[in-house]
Design a protein around this ligand. Structure first.
Ligand SMILES: Nc1ncnc2c1ncn2[C@@H]1O[C@H](COP(=O)(O)OP(=O)(O)OP(=O)(O)O)[C@@H](O)[C@H]1O
Length: 247
């Protein structure tokens, strides 16, 4: 579990007439065993926030600190596509990101492959797996390094609805089992409500418009009236901030 502190975070791209404010003075504290979803209309800075948290982008102003019990935290990433090395087997893709190749490490990787129900696919190459299976491998790989915090950028957006649904269930199970801090970017309000205990709604111009706690018990069924109400609250926020292009 990690502690994330974001202070006066500001990010601009371009200059002059081409200047775009992607994040505008964002202040946030996240930490512990939380699943935080970041939602908002296209272009409101969700991926930029995740890229800065992941160290892929640097902020224009402001600070981000990610710690674990006072020391530096270890982070794992899952992106829209699994980004596996096609010339390595599934198991070798997991081993590639480990600090060592010892037997206990191999067993740990196997455990995470089992968790995503691909325990028997370790010797396969990515090209022999479906897109959903490859994304499962990507999730197992991210968890297998046992990071303190996981950053996930729309990991299920390229998958069909049935595969996405089963992967959401697996992710939720792994999050509960492992006690990680997860920061999850999504366009999908239903997905955010189903998975999160906190939802950050971003508005155009990269402003954090609302920080909504989700205190409902898990598992959350969309037919449950409390889940429907929670979803409605997020949509009302979208309406209030003029973010009409939700998917
Ligand atoms: N590398 C870049 N160079 C220039 N502008 C960028 C760059 N990355 C992002 N932007 C701009 O910053 C703003 C925020 O982009 P970002 O990708 O963070 O939004 P988003 O909420 O993740 O969008 P989407 O939901 O469509 O993925 C947008 O206006 C985008 O065009």
């Amino acid at each position: 579990m990690a502690d994330i502190k974001i202070v006066n975070l500001h990010k601009e791209f371009g200059a002059g007439a081409d200047k775009v404010v992607a994040l505008d003075d964002v202040n946030l504290e996240l930490g512990g065993h939380v699943f935080v979803s970041v939602v908002g209309a296209s272009g409101c800075g969700k991926s930029t926030l995740l890229n800065i948290l992941s160290g892929i982008e640097t902020p224009t102003n402001g600070q981000v600190t990610i710690t674990q019990e006072g020391g530096p935290a270890r982070a794992g990433y899952v992106f829209q596509s699994a980004r596996l090395l096609p010339w390595r087997t599934v198991m070798d893709n997991l081993l590639f990101v480990q600090e060592d190749r010892s037997e206990p490490t191999r067993q740990r990787c196997q455990r995470y492959l089992d968790m995503v129900q691909l325990g028997d696919k370790g010797k396969k190459f990515p090209g022999e797996l479906s897109g959903g299976m490859q994304q499962r491998v990507g999730i197992a790989r991210a968890f297998s390094t046992e990071p303190d915090v996981l950053f996930m950028d729309e990991p299920f957006s390229h998958l069909d609805a049935i595969t996405a649904r089963s992967l959401r269930a697996e992710l939720h199970h792994m999050w509960q089992e492992t006690g990680k801090t997860v920061v999850f970017v999504t366009h999908d309000v239903s997905e955010a409500v189903e998975l999160s205990n906190r939802i950050l709604v971003f508005a155009k111009g990269g402003r954090l418009a609302e920080d909504i706690p989700m205190d409902l018990p898990f598992p959350r069924e969309s037919a449950d009236p409390d889940v429907a109400l929670a979803k409605a609250e997020v949509f009302r926020t979208f309406e209030r901030i003029g973010a009409l292009t939700v998917r």
